[in-house]
Design a protein around this ligand. Structure first.
Ligand code: ADP
Ligand code: MG
Length: 676
């Protein structure tokens, strides 16, 4: 039997079963064996009743001494087996409406039962347990049984039979680097496949799982290392460490200790021969922009160019305004480049001639026509909103360019390694002084009017307000109050005397810019918006964020939205409303109420969503993790990381075994259409 054999060729799999297996995406022997069990039922350990805790699940061995069946007035039957365990402990096994089981049990014989034990004063009970009847011999019953994902028409027992038919008749070729198998005491590939599907013991299952987790991380991390290797260059552009006194003098505030710390880390990168590849993390409102500006200012002083790329044109405009304003006393030439920038040809020419020092924009910066005179630094803000490809283009466009990526979404070290490769990380872990905790509340329907009144009082104190809705117009989901509908209600009915404006993604860019400008200048009291303002927007006078239909948003999005307020000296508030609440949305909203800490929120998000979705591995053409969990198995990940790094290093030095291994690895991946 071969791994590539079609399942239809297997004894016991007819056309009908084959179709059903296809429904589960199983076509070949290989598919079947790599389709790991969803979970396991461990019946292998037989316990004595007195050792078992009440309500726990266990296997016990019992002797039946009486069998009886009673029927009630509605003809419902109760089958009761009176049993004793080896210590004479009384146990009743009870089945409802299961007359067909009567013939399976004989008085005076011993059986194994597996289920939940309920203990009372004088006896123990088990309802509808699994039991060792003729279907099982004892050996089959007393084992760890795999539980597979099923489709209607196939039972778990049938699945197990198929695996049992196959497992001893195929051979996998070892696909890990053999020195690492020995070094990490990993089990052999065939042992692993056998024991992950049909474990012979708990220890064997553990060994098998460990190997597959290692293997999954190894393949993923090696792929990523090879991708990274392609774009890696040697030394970086070196800037002179020129004094920044004039910049500091010009600042309206003092940097926080944390900002100073990360600025120093960045400066060391920029002024050394190392090409900077750094991720700057800092919670919403922690003041990342100013740090970026300092790096760009130092680049300017070195007579070189830098770019700042952001995911939305609204944010690009804001950064452009901020930079132009803060740097107005210097002779720095700044240009904005977005999708709807006019006169692009001229601007491209001027950038290439070096007439601009700082280029701020959206991914329009990546367009082919854009060439630089002497680009030394590339910064992307709100990094998590960009795809892998966009991220790589900029850093490959110019050789040796220093790269800084900024993100408010803190991610565990293991995840960042996967997403960014081996970057250095700087963290701003402190908010500017004087900030007050944002007060976060869930507002019930009958309290909405109170909220409206509270908001009115704040507008009268000259504060500004955001209302966020998930959709622009009435959609098929009628329960969603769209932004335009809410706009109508608020502007025509509730806040007739205030300046209320609507902002959404489908508006023309110019229109959006004007509204955001007016809002940041305090001309608009209340802004109703879709999530176009989710990332990066900074209007410190805004102090209330109302998120409607909060159940529609993910946790990190909610935190980003809330981060639009609390950016100045005023006490700020975040109110969430929602018509419907599932369990997960309840957890998300509770998390928001519980904490303001972006790191903690990211961690809980990871637990709620799982890393696969956050990473979007599939989207990037990389295999999904089936068994490894980055959050849970970070220790294994650390080992893999070291192993892969060593392997790549040996490969770079031309060491024979590692070169052979990597060539085979690449061929294998390519023939399986896996991105590398
Ligand atoms: P984010 O990290 O979310 O991008 P910003 O860079 O937009 O945050 O900064 C948020 C606000 O805090 C801005 O108005 C900025 O001017 C202000 N700010 C930044 N650093 C400081 C500081 N050290 N002291 C006072 N205010 C600061
Ligand atoms: Mg920002």
């Amino acid at each position: 039997m071969n791994l590539d054999d079609d399942l239809i060729a297997i004894k016991g799999i007819g056309k009908k079963k084959y179709k059903l297996l296809n429904n589960l995406n199983l076509y070949k022997v290989k598919d079947l064996l790599t389709n790991f069990p969803r979970t396991y039922v461990d019946r292998s350990k037989v316990n004595n009743i007195n050792e078992i805790e009440n309500e726990s699940i266990s296997t016990i061995k019992l002797l039946i001494y009486d069998v009886s069946e009673t029927k009630n007035a509605y003809k419902k039957s109760t089958l009761r087996l009176k049993c004793k365990d080896t210590n004479g402990y009384n146990v009743a096994i009870i089945f409802f409406n299961a007359s067909f089981l009567l013939k399976k049990f004989s008085i005076g014989k011993e059986y194994y039962f597996y289920g939940k034990i309920v203990k009372t004063h004088y006896e123990a009970k088990m309802f509808h347990p699994e039991f060792s009847d003729s279907m099982y011999n004892d050996k089959k019953f007393l084992r760890i049984e795999p539980i597979y994902s099923l489709t209607a028409g196939i039972t778990n027992k049938e699945m197990i039979n198929i695996y049992e038919n196959i497992i001893d008749n195929v051979l996998f070729e070892e696909n890990l680097f053999s020195p690492y198998i020995i070094q990490n005491k990993l089990c052999d590939i065939n042992y692993a496949f056998k024991n992950i599907n049909l474990p012979t013991s708990k220890e064997a299952l553990k060994k098998a799982r460990y190997r597959f987790i290692y293997e999954e991380f190894f393949n993923l991390f090696l792929s990523l290392s090879l991708i990274k290797n392609k774009v890696k260059s040697s030394g970086g552009i070196v800037l002179k460490d020129l004094p920044m006194v004039d910049f500091y003098k010009n600042l309206k505030f003092t940097l926080t200790k944390s900002q100073e710390k990360v600025w120093n880390q960045i400066k060391i990168d920029l002024t050394s021969n190392n090409q900077m590849n750094r991720l700057l993390q800092g919670d919403v409102g922690s003041g990342k922009t100013i740090v970026a500006m300092m790096a760009m200012y130092l680049t300017y002083k070195n007579n070189m160019q830098s770019t700042l790329m952001v995911p939305t044109s609204v944010l690009a405009n804001q950064h452009f305004r901020t930079f132009s304003d803060v740097l107005k006393n210097f002779n720095i030439k700044i240009i904005l480049l977005t999708g709807n920038t006019k006169n692009k040809k001229q601007i491209y020419k001027d950038i290439e001639l070096g007439k601009y020092d700082i280029i701020i924009g959206t991914h329009a910066i990546l367009e082919e026509g854009v060439k630089f005179k002497n680009l030394a630094l590339v910064i992307t803000d709100e990094q998590h909103r960009f795809g892998v490809k966009q991220r790589n283009i900029l850093s490959t466009k110019e050789k040796n360019v220093n790269v800084l990526v900024m993100s408010a979404t803190p991610i565990p070290r293991t995840l960042s390694l996967i997403i960014y490769g081996d970057v250095d990380i700087s963290v701003i872990d402190q908010l500017p002084s004087g900030r007050k905790q944002i007060k976060t509340h869930y507002v019930k329907k009958n309290k909405i009017n109170d909220m409206y009144e509270f908001i009115r009082s704040k507008v009268e104190e000259k504060r500004q307000i955001y209302f966020i809705c998930p959709l622009i117009e009435e959609s098929e989901a009628l329960d969603i109050k769209s932004a335009s509908e809410l706009y109508k209600e608020l502007s025509e009915r509730i806040y007739t005397k205030f300046n209320v404006k609507l902002l959404h993604g489908k508006m023309k860019a110019k229109e959006k810019e004007t509204i955001m400008k007016d809002f940041s200048e305090g001309k608009i009291n209340i802004l109703i918006s879709t999530t176009v303002i989710e990332v990066g927007i900074n209007v410190p006078n805004a102090s209330i964020m109302v998120i409607n239909d909060a159940n529609r948003f993910g946790l990190s999005q909610l935190h980003q939205l809330r981060g639009r307020v609390g950016r100045g000296e005023y006490q700020s508030y975040c109110f969430m409303t929602s018509n419907k609440m599932g369990d997960t949305s309840k957890k998300r909203i509770q998390t928001m109420i519980d904490t303001n800490d972006g790191f903690e929120i990211a961690e809980r998000d990871l637990l709620l969503r799982g890393p696969g979705e956050i990473l979007g591995l599939k989207q990037h053409g990389l295999p999904e993790l089936k068994i490894g969990e980055l959050a849970k198995h970070s220790q294994i990940f650390e080992i893999v990381k070291m192993d892969v790094n060593n392997l790549v290093q040996m490969y770079n030095q031309g060491e024979k075994a590692s070169v052979e291994f990597i060539i085979k690895f690449i061929e294998n991946r390519l023939s399986n259409n896996i991105n590398i």
